[in-house]
Design a binder for this molecule. Structure first.
Ligand SMILES: [Zn+2]
Length: 452
C-alpha cells in the first residue's frame, strides 16, 4: 500500500472515531450524512478480523438491494443499508472454481490458470489465506460446494478447512440436494463467527443454496413453483441465515472488530439468452454479482465504479495493514479508498469476465463505461464466433444487440477485449494443473452440473 493511502486510512479512522463519538454523544447526523446508528459502532482496529461470505449462484439482481422485485432478502437489505454496496461488481469467471481462485489470488483466470473441472490450483499460487496466515491471522474456511473442496487446491493457507459434504444431511432429509443446505452449516458457522476461537481471524464462508436444483424448504416457496420462484425461495432461505450470522456477530461484539465482505461467485440464467444455469455465458445475469462491505465506523453508501472480485484481496490487505508479498494479487486494485471515501472520478470504468470451460463453452466480455462487448467463441446453444454489443445502462438484460448499428464501436471494443486478454496472459504465473478425477469427484461434479 502506498504511503498516501495509508495516511488516508489513518485520517479516515480518526474521522470515524470522531463520528462515532459524536453519535454516541447524541449528535444527530454524521458529517458523512449517515443516520445516527446506521454504521457499526467502533473503529476498525489495525488488525481486524476478516470475513468473506460468498453465496454461490447469487445474481446481483436477485437481492432487494440489487433491484429484486420480490422481497427475497429482507435481512440482507437491512444490513446493506449499513454497509458500502457496489452496484456494478463483476465476477472474472462464470463458474465456481475459477471465480473463487480469482477471489483468493487477485488474478484473472488466464493468470492463475484454474479453468476447467479437473484443474487444481497449484501450490505455487499465493492465496489470500496464506498471506493472512503468514501475518498472524487464524484462518478458517466453511464450504459446501464440492467444486471448491480443498482437494482442488483452494485450502492453501487455511488452519481449518471444513467441507460440508452433502452426505452429512441427516437421514430422512426430505430434499434431495447436491450440496449440504445452509441450515446444516449454520451451527458451526454461527458458533465460529459469534465466538471465534482466536483473533484476529479470517473466515471464508461459502454457501450453495441458490445453486440448481432449487429446492428450498416449503415455507420459502412464497412465489410459486416455477424455477425462478424456487430460486428466489432459496435466496430468501439463505437470507435468513446470513442475516442471523451478522446479527450474532453484532450481539457478541465481534462485528465491531471485523470487516465483512458479502458476495457471490457468479449469477444464474433464466432464459435471458436462451439457456438456464451458469457456466455457459458471460451475460449480466451470470457475471454481475452482489458486493457489500461492512466495517466499524464506515459511512454507508453506494458505489457505481466498475469493480471485480479480483479487487477483494488487495482491499482486505489494505484495510488490515498487511503488506502483501511482491506480485500478490497483481491484477486487482484496492477498493479501500473508495469504501472510505466514495467513488473516484476516474480509473474504474472497465471490467472483464470470461468463461473458458472447454466442455461447456468459451466466451469473453469486456465492459467500458456503459458499453459491453460479448464474444462467444462457442457455446452449448450452438453459437460460434458470435459477437454482441450492448448498452447495459439502458439495456441491463442485453436484449438489443447494437453490433450492426455501431460497427466502429464494436471493432474498437473487440480490440480492447483482445488487449485485456493478452495482458492477462502475460501475467500468467501458473499453468493449468489437471488432476485425474476419481469416481466420487465425477459424481459430485456431475450432480452440480459441471460434468456432462
Ligand atoms: Zn458457483
Amino acid at each position: 500500500m502506498s504511503r498516501a493511502s495509508r495516511n488516508r486510512v489513518g485520517s479516515i479512522a480518526l474521522l470515524a472515531a470522531t463520528v462515532f463519538l459524536l453519535a454516541a454523544c447524541g449528535g444527530g447526523r454524521t458529517p458523512g450524512g449517515a443516520a445516527r446508528g446506521s454504521g457499526i459502532p467502533g473503529v476498525l482496529p489495525p488488525r481486524p478480523n476478516i470475513v468473506i461470505i460468498l453465496v454461490d449462484t447469487l445474481r446481483a439482481d436477485a437481492v432487494g438491494f440489487g433491484g429484486a422485485e420480490r422481497d427475497t432478502s429482507p435481512r440482507l437489505d437491512a444490513w446493506a443499508r449499513r454497509g458500502v454496496v457496489f452496484d456494478e461488481a463483476t465476477t472474472p469467471a462464470g463458474w465456481t472454481r475459477t471465480a473463487v481462485v480469482s477471489l483468493f489470488t487477485g488474478l484473472y483466470p488466464a493468470a492463475h490458470g484454474v479453468q476447467d473441472k479437473d484443474h487444481v490450483a497449484p501450490e505455487s499460487l499465493l492465496m489470500l489465506a496464506e498471506v493472512l496466515h503468514g501475518a498472524g491471522w487464524h484462518t478458517a474456511a466453511f464450504v459446501s460446494n464440492f467444486a471448491v473442496a480443498a482437494r482442488f487446491g483452494t485450502g492453501q493457507g487455511f488452519d481449518t478447512f471444513r467441507f460440508f459434504d452433502k452426505k452429512e444431511a441427516p437421514p430422512g432429509t426430505p430434499r434431495k440436494l447436491n450440496y449440504l443446505p445452509i441450515e446444516y452449516m449454520d451451527p458451526e458457522v454461527r458458533a465460529f463467527l459469534e465466538h471465534p476461537p482466536r483473533e484476529p481471524f479470517f473466515a471464508y464462508v461459502h454457501t450453495t443454496d441458490p445453486h440448481y436444483p432449487y429446492l428450498p424448504p416449503p415455507e420459502y416457496l412464497r412465489w410459486g413453483t416455477d424455477p425462478r420462484a424456487r430460486y428466489d425461495g432459496e435466496v430468501l432461505y439463505t437470507d435468513r441465515y446470513v442475516g442471523e450470522w451478522l446479527d450474532a456477530m453484532e450481539r457478541s461484539g465481534v462485528l465491531g472488530r471485523t470487516i465483512v465482505v458479502f458476495t457471490a461467485d457468479h449469477g444464474e440464467e433464466f432464459h435471458e439468452h436462451g439457456g438456464t444455469g451458469h457456466g455457459i455465458t458471460v451475460f449480466e445475469e451470470c457475471v454481475r454479482v452482489p458486493l457489500v462491505v461492512w466495517a466499524p465506523g464506515l459511512s454507508p453508501g453506494r458505489r457505481r465504479a466498475l469493480v471485480s472480485l479480483v479487487d477483494v484481496p488487495p482491499t482486505l490487505l489494505e484495510a488490515a495493514h498487511v503488506t502483501a508479498p511482491a506480485g500478490f494479487a497483481a491484477e486487482g486494485r484496492s477498493l479501500w479508498p473508495m469504501i472510505v471515501g466514495g467513488d473516484p472520478e476516474r480509473g474504474w470504468n472497465w471490467n472483464y469476465s470470461e468463461l473458458v470451460y472447454p466442455s461447456k463453452g468459451i466466451a469473453f466480455t469486456y465492459r467500458e463505461g456503459d458499453d459491453k462487448v460479448v464474444h462467444i467463441v462457442r457455446d452449448k446453444l450452438g453459437r460460434t464466433d458470435w459477437t454482441g454489443l450492448y448498452d447495459v445502462a439502458r439495456d441491463r438484460f442485453e436484449q438489443r444487440n447494437l453490433a450492426s448499428r455501431r460497427p466502429e464501436r464494436l471493432r474498437e471494443m473487440r480490440d480492447k477485449l483482445r488487449a485485456v486478454r493478452q495482458e492477462h496472459q502475460r501475467e500468467a504465473r501458473a499453468v493449468a494443473n489437471p488432476q485425474p478425477l476419481d469416481e466420487e469427484a465425477v459424481e459430485q461434479l456431475r450432480s452440480l452440473g459441471y460434468v456432462d
